[in-house]
Design a protein. Structure first.
Length: 349
């Protein structure tokens, strides 16, 4: 009889140990057994526990029921879910993932954004959005809002000058459109040092006008930046003398995508009535025709001092193409233009 009692007690203890011990074991020792070695997940701002469970299940990290059970035991609730970009590693303890999502301590914080060679705000937003939580629509909507432009002192035509193409470390993924613009405004202020402001005043240009001239210069010479300071000096000479800039890229800009791929502009292309067409309207256009680089704006601020007022594409020489011939007089310019037209005609441009 005693043996039976002892056996019953042992069985009861065993059942009790299983009933109460397994959940404890699962909670503290179970690990992530997903197929991949590591996986990145994105938790949007305002995610609920139910939405998070669905995401974890969809990513095949653990079942939604298992995730909800662990979350309940570790006090992860709707208001404690930390948004962000997280890395989940195969073999990590399940409870550590819960703690990470609760405390943000597994969040990837070395997020970088890069945008270069952008034509406008829409183009830039498309390159930035994949790296932060705000999508391209949210970025464009916020940037082009009247409130944002008033806040930073820009107009629709000049707002693109606020964004300086480069690579930036922004830290966390869950960056809003407002936070992105604030960061870019800080970078803008860092770029525009007192020295650069003084140089802009010396050439009689506002900061946004420096960006506008740099955008034209870069569009005119997109191959060899060695010419940038020369071209910048040429355009400044024309501005000082009240001569039309007559820049082909500004005329082409007025046609939008219609002239995509066209190498040689014709006289008809120069006649399109558009405020950006410097063959028709004097001075600088209303704003940049593309987002200029920091290097391009520095080229404008440090433009060469010379007397050139004409430029023309030059035929390749010694294996170097994409360069220009510069001239101080119309007569010399006509000679340079004849050389280029002859070269272009021979090749059917």
């Amino acid at each position: 009889m005693k043996k039976v009692v002892v056996l019953v007690i042992l069985v009861a203890l065993g059942i009790g140990a299983f009933v109460f011990g397994k959940p404890y074991y699962d909670l503290h020792f179970s690990t992530i057994s997903m197929a991949e070695d590591r996986k990145t997940i994105y938790i949007p701002t305002g995610s609920t526990l139910a939405e998070l469970a669905d995401l974890i299940s969809a990513e095949e990290i653990m079942s939604a029921e298992e995730f909800k059970s662990f979350s309940s035991k570790l006090d992860l609730t709707d208001d404690k879910v930390e948004s962000g970009k997280y890395e989940v590693i195969k073999g990590m303890k399940s409870k550590n993932l819960i703690y990470a999502l609760k405390n943000g301590n597994q969040e990837i914080k070395d997020v970088r954004i890069t945008f270069n060679n952008c034509m406008n705000v829409y183009d830039m937003a498309g390159k930035v959005a994949p790296n932060i939580e705000a999508d391209s629509t949210q970025l464009v909507s916020y940037i082009l809002s009247a409130e944002t432009m008033d806040k930073y002192g820009f107009k629709p035509a000049t707002i693109s000058a606020l964004f300086l193409p480069d690579t930036y470390e922004v830290g966390e993924w869950d960056m809003t459109a407002e936070e992105f613009v604030e960061r870019m405004a800080d970078e803008y202020k860092k770029f525009w040092t007192e020295e650069r402001k003084a140089k802009a005043m010396e050439i009689n240009l506002r900061q946004s006008e420096v960006a506008t001239l740099a955008s034209i210069m870069e569009a005119e010479q997109s191959i060899n930046s060695v010419e940038w300071k020369t071209i910048a000096g040429l355009y400044l000479n024309r501005l000082k003398r009240g001569i039309l800039l007559q820049s082909d890229p500004t005329a082409k800009y007025c046609w939008g995508d219609e002239l995509e791929g066209v190498q040689r502009l014709l006289k008809i292309h120069m006649k399109k009535d558009c405020p950006y067409n410097t063959y028709i309207y004097p001075g600088l256009p209303p704003g940049p025709i593309r987002m200029p680089s920091k290097k391009g704006m520095d080229a404008v601020l440090n433009a060469e001092d010379h007397n050139y007022i004409f430029m023309c594409a030059a035929p390749p020489e010694n294996g170097v193409s994409g360069m220009h011939n510069f001239a101080e007089t119309n007569a010399q310019h006509n000679v340079n233009a004849a050389k280029w037209h002859r070269y272009a005609d021979e090749r059917g441009y």
